[in-house]
Design a protein around this ligand. Sequence first.
Ligand SMILES: NC(=O)C1=CN([C@@H]2O[C@H](COP(=O)(O)OP(=O)(O)OC[C@H]3O[C@@H](n4cnc5c(N)ncnc54)[C@H](OP(=O)(O)O)[C@@H]3O)[C@@H](O)[C@H]2O)C=CC1
Ligand SMILES: CCCCC/C=C\CC(=O)/C=C/C=C/C=C/[C@@H](O)CCCC(=O)O
Length: 329
Amino acid sequence: MVTAKVWVLKKHFEGFPKTSDFEMKQVALANLKDGELLLESVFLSVDPYMRPYSKRDMKEGDVMIGTQVARVVESKNPAFAVGAFVVADGGWRTHFISDGKDLNPLPPSWPESLPRSLALGTLGMPGLTAYFGLFDVCKMKPGETVLVNAAAGAVGSVVGQLAKIGGCKVVGCAGSDSKVAYLKKIGFDEAFNYRTVTSLDEALRKASPHGYDCFFDNVGGEFASIAINHMKKYGRIAVCGAISQYNDTVPQKGPYIQIPMIFKELSMKGFIVTSWNNGREEGVKALLKWVLEGKLKYHEQVTEGFENMPAAFIGMLKGENLGKAIVKV
Ligand SMILES: NC(=O)C1=CN([C@@H]2O[C@H](COP(=O)(O)OP(=O)(O)OC[C@H]3O[C@@H](n4cnc5c(N)ncnc54)[C@H](OP(=O)(O)O)[C@@H]3O)[C@@H](O)[C@H]2O)C=CC1
Ligand SMILES: CCCCC/C=C\CC(=O)/C=C/C=C/C=C/[C@@H](O)CCCC(=O)O
């Protein structure tokens, strides 16, 4: 009998999550039934969505939601051989049983040169978010100017590079000078540290005096309220996330956006990447091609040890990650 370690939400978050909000437990797994398979997590993802989704979708005592790259260790399901790797949404668990229905197999042709953890980042949900958000929501065109915040993160760093591949000028912001240096290294035309500039308004104007055609918003809040005034006429805003608001105990009250929306005749669209689940294969194929061509660089913030999942999650929310935050079991 296999005993899994799991992390449960001991107490709903109030403001920033604390390690005391989590509790590690041990769960004895039953023997496999026909059609089932036993999976062992190899890499686990920590993502911003877990913060707001935990409030909406979880009750105290539930196993934390999340995804992983897992290896098949035992199988009574002919579609999955022992040793195969899959992306699963098994939550924060070291081992779990699946009936095979909600698993995304990694292609057997996965290049040996690439870490399988990329299936949680650049070649997975965050990378697909950038891909579909930029091409289908922003509808960027060559020669345009693209703005992206949280630009050194899992989604933002892909957005900026895809925009460069698409022939655009790219402006990004991040929360440290080292992240800003990384952005310039991977090809951003302009980048600034939003925490240290004296004026966001001035920084946005200096980076692109004629404004922005596309704004890929990962942050929301005050930044978005200022950035909207720098949009060009007929600009497009892809509302991807609002991480500056996820940990609010009292909702922020921003300026109202109707005047610039009307005056500049802007388009603003919120989106969730799972709406493109049918396009997953197309997206991963395109992203993989660019990675193998060296046009799409990736960086992973790897935390070692299942016991460190809460710390990795909290660290990501506080900006301690460069690129995709993952936990290596
Ligand atoms: N709509 C969708 O389907 C999806 C939406 N998302 C959203 O995209 C955004 C980025 O996700 P992801 O790339 O996975 O995460 P990241 O890898 O970018 O990590 C989160 C980053 O957000 C930044 N951040 C945290 N707090 C603040 C704040 N108060 N103000 C400004 N920046 C902040 C930090 O970077 P910094 O150093 O720059 O502060 C931190 O590193 C999130 O809002 C997420 O919810 C992600 C996936 C799918
Ligand atoms: C409850 C309010 C939510 C407000 C918006 C918050 C966050 C947006 C966001 O970050 C959404 C992310 C969605 C991610 C979905 C991930 C998993 O469902 C599946 C990913 C597994 C995979 O296919 O790789």
